[in-house]
Design a protein around this ligand. Structure first.
Ligand code: MD3
Ligand code: FE
Length: 203
């Protein structure tokens, strides 16, 4: 880790891990994935669409409808998800040092008015594997709590190119995105924030 990196409650934050051309390259990879596997807004169990749009790459993708949250091997259009791009796998390897590749690269897109409520990621089989998040585009206000919903939270702005590793105790921490700072980045021509989340899902 470098001078500007920080650890907040077990969240390892690599500030601007990706700069310049590396960010542009990842956006290009995301565009290819979205062409093959279009973004959709999953339904919450209450039947209301989430404000975040998403799609996935990898062996398993995340999906939600009235039946609940789950990983599945196909996009809602019935096709297999695209492969996780090598440039994305390279980030995973560099920040985790693991031999095992992630099963899922969830791609979340936030319009400036989108948000993601405080939640835990518990749909995976083994919480010993870390989760890696890559932020691209507009700044997002990331809220981090503890392992109980009532635990106090603190907020940090994630910027384009920041990479976060959630391992150990942080793996089951409550977290969410409260706000997007629209117009804070020119990386995405139509604005907004992309987040790539890499996870080992199953054995
Ligand atoms: C902390 N996404 O997709 S990434 C999600 O920016 C999600 O799109 C947010 O929370 C986003 O589930 C936050 C950071 C993140 C991802 C996974 C985590 C934080 C996490 C898993 C455990 C603890
Ligand atoms: Fe999450």
């Amino acid at each position: 880790m470098s001078e500007s990196d920080l650890t907040v409650r077990g969240f390892k934050i690599f500030k601007e891990f990706l700069v310049g051309e590396a960010q542009t390259q990842l956006v290009g990879e995301v565009r290819k994935i979205v062409t093959a596997a279009p973004m959709f807004s999953p339904l919450t169990p209450y039947g209301k669409p989430m404000s975040v749009q998403m799609t996935s790459a990898g062996r398993l993708g995340w999906f939600a409808d009235r039946l609940g949250y789950r990983y599945q091997a196909t996009h809602p259009n019935g096709q297999a998800w695209p492969e996780i791009p090598d440039a994305v796998l390279q980030v995973w390897t560099e920040v985790t040092g693991l031999d095992r590749s992630p099963d899922c690269c969830l791609i979340n897109f936030y319009h400036p008015n989108a948000r993601m409520g405080l939640h835990q990621d518990k749909d995976e089989v083994d919480f010993d594997w870390p989760v890696v998040s890559i932020s691209l585009g507009d700044d997002g206000l990331f809220r981090i709590g503890g392992t109980a919903r009532k635990d106090p939270t603190e907020s940090i702005w994630l910027k384009s190119g920041d990479v976060v590793v959630m391992g150990g105790e942080a793996r089951l921490a409550y977290h969410g995105i409260d706000r997007i700072r629209g117009g804070s980045s020119t990386l995405l021509s139509n604005g907004g924030r992309l987040n790539l989340t890499l996870r080992v899902v199953a054995l």
